[in-house]
Design a binder for this molecule. Structure first.
Ligand code: GAL
Length: 354
């Protein structure tokens, strides 16, 4: 009897144990499973230090660059210094202290901004020069259009119309390395004509801060000092071309003298339609902003970026990307500037130029 009781008792214990044990999936009990916090990768932050928003094109650069960076899932903080070197330096310092991952800069003054590159590097931040080169600095990368080619396209277009005569060169800002590259391109094309005595450069002056007013004053001086004996004008961009053409107009010379510009500003394109300006050089800004955004975000994420061109900035051979500019006149205006939507037909023809 006793044995039977013990057996029944044992069976009972076994049954109870079995009931408590889950035989379905072997459970690996992990230590207290803290919910896995998937750390959202912080979006990289790009600082964009611009010289100015004075010219129409820079408004496009700002808008398109912001979109290109954000489309890549990154953030961008944009400041503009209105041509003030001290302000550009202090704005860049603020960006650097705010913990950006990379700085993109359009220098007002190619030399003065070397200090910004130095400060950024002290904070472990790389610097990419946008459109304009920073001179004499350990710059990490430079992305622009081929600015010497811009000058060549201008001079080729004008010498084709005026192979002999008196030329006026209205340069850009002496502080801007692009103005020097453009001038080199112009004079490389003019040189053989000058040596043959076919072309005389009767006036050649830089234009402070690229302003139309300073360009108009330069052109007034050129007209005065040559008694208006001028056969062609090459102006470094459409803003300065506009100033020069205003001076020509005031002296009753507009639309009689071929004038070259750059940037395909709306006013410049309208002057081409109206006939007071001969050509401009179109630089598809969306190509520049896309390229800089891709490279800046990649570098900010610590990725390696290779460049197959180098530009010497006086300190080093800076890895560079130089995009092709496009010469534009009345014949290809629609197939270039307007096809890209840089300006609409309504904008160009609506106002009917001048
Ligand atoms: C240059 C730029 C030109 C022109 C100019 C004035 O550096 O390449 O497109 O706009 O600045 O801002």
């Amino acid at each position: 009897m006793k044995r039977k009781l013990i057996i029944v008792w044992l069976l009972g214990v076994i049954l109870v144990l079995l009931a408590c044990t889950d035989t379905s999936t072997p459970e690996t009990v992990k230590p207290e499973e803290s919910p896995v916090v998937v750390k959202e990768e912080e979006p990289v932050r790009i600082g964009f230090s611009m010289d100015t928003l004075q010219e129409e094109r820079w408004l496009k650069d700002r808008e398109l660059f912001k979109k290109a960076v954000e489309d890549l899932g990154a953030e961008v903080e944009i400041v503009a210094a209105n041509g003030d070197d001290a302000l550009q330096i202090s704005q860049a310092e603020t960006l650097i202290q705010s913990g950006i991952d990379l700085l993109v800069i359009v220098p007002h003054n190619a030399a003065a901004t070397a200090a910004i590159v130095h400060k950024a590097h002290l904070a472990g931040i790389q610097v990419v020069a946008y459109d304009r080169l920073v001179k004499n600095a350990e710059l990490d990368m430079y992305i622009s259009f081929d600015n010497e080619q811009v000058g060549k396209l201008q001079a080729e277009a004008i010498t084709a119309l005026v192979p002999k005569g008196n030329y006026v060169f209205i340069g850009g800002a002496i502080t801007d390395n692009n103005a020097h590259l453009l001038k080199e391109g112009v004079f490389k094309v003019l040189q053989p004509y000058i040596e043959r005595g076919d072309i005389h450069v009767v006036y050649d002056q830089w234009t402070k801060d690229w302003t139309p007013a300073n360009a108009q004053a330069n052109m007034d001086e050129a007209i005065r000092t040559t008694n208006g004996q001028i056969d062609a004008v090459i102006a470094a961009n459409d803003a300065t071309a506009g100033g020069a053409i205003q001076a020509l107009k005031n002296h009753g010379l507009a639309s009689q003298i071929p004038v070259a510009g750059q940037d395909a500003d709306l006013a410049g394109v309208q002057r081409i339609v109206a006939g007071s300006q001969t050509m401009t050089v179109y630089k598809p800004i969306h190509m520049l902003t896309q390229k800089v955004a891709e490279i800046a975000v990649a570098l900010a994420k610590g990725e390696i970026v290779t460049a197959n061109e180098h530009v010497n900035n006086g300190k080093k051979e800076v890895p560079s990307v130089l995009l092709p500019p496009i010469a534009v006149n009345i014949d290809n205006l629609e197939s270039t500037v307007m096809k890209d939507g840089f300006h609409t037909a309504e904008e160009v023809y609506g106002k009917g130029g001048e």
